[in-house]
Design a protein around this ligand. Structure first.
Ligand SMILES: Nc1ncnc2c1ncn2[C@@H]1O[C@H](COP(=O)(O)OP(=O)(O)OP(=O)(O)O)[C@@H](O)[C@H]1O
Ligand SMILES: [Mg+2]
Length: 190
């Protein structure tokens, strides 16, 4: 294995994929950024309001640096990855993507409020985490994968074959065009 980051907006499938890979390749340690933040009290406001938890970014950067010392085969998972990890030393930064139509269903099942759901769907439509991942880690090691309608095994195979590649492409997943073609822009981004 290698040093992998799995990130993406809420609900795209990060933890499901990360757990699957770490169990299948059982020498791989799984580090969950949210868990590190909670266990070490790097939380600023643990409220149930629309914005969920807010983390102490400075503290979390230090904790993650400590956590990653001398780790060789590791998967780091979390939507905060672009904001709390230093850019060097990783083999691949996986940004998972999922269609807004599917995300809405996931957020409804999670009983997110309409505001929280809208905010998170908009973030995925605009590709915020992808943009921030490229900004932090550089486009050469960032790759995006669509989980929409795909099995966990299928996405895992795609990710693992990308670890060995040297050239990667981002920017081919375009939810805005899909929504535009379907006449759904207003419905999602009003
Ligand atoms: N190919 C797939 N890869 C990953 N998850 C999938 C896939 N297909 C369906 N799912 C489902 O998507 C749902 C959301 O996945 P998960 O909870 O792992 O997302 P997440 O990105 O970790 O969300 P959060 O950021 O809120 O923690 C789960 O119910 C999972 O089973
Ligand atoms: Mg999760």
């Amino acid at each position: 294995m290698a040093k992998l980051i799995i990130t993406g907006n809420p609900g795209v499938g990060k933890h499901t994929i990360a757990k699957f890979i770490s169990e299948k390749y059982n020498r791989t340690t799984l580090i969950d950024i949210n868990r590190i933040a909670i266990e070490n009290d790097a939380i600023l406001r643990n409220s149930n309001d629309e914005y969920g938890i807010e983390v102490d970014v400075k503290k979390l950067i230090k904790l993650m640096t400590q956590e990653l010392k001398s780790q060789k085969d590791v998967i780091i998972v979390g939507h905060l990855a672009p904001y709390v990890l230093k850019s060097n030393g990783f083999d691949l930064v996986v940004v998972l993507r999922r269609s807004p139509y599917e995300l809405i269903k996931i957020f409804t099942a999670r009983k997110y409020s309409p505001e929280k759901s809208r905010e998170n769907v908009a973030s995925e439509i605009l590709g915020i985490t992808l943009y921030d991942a490229v900004k932090t880690f550089g486009k050469d090691i960032v790759a995006e994968f669509d989980t929409t309608g795909k099995s966990v095994q299928y996405v895992t195979n795609k990710i693992l074959s990308s670890v060995k590649k040297t050239k990667r492409k981002v920017g081919s997943i375009d939810w805005l065009s899909l929504l535009y073609e379907n006449g759904d822009i207003q419905k999602f981004l009003e």
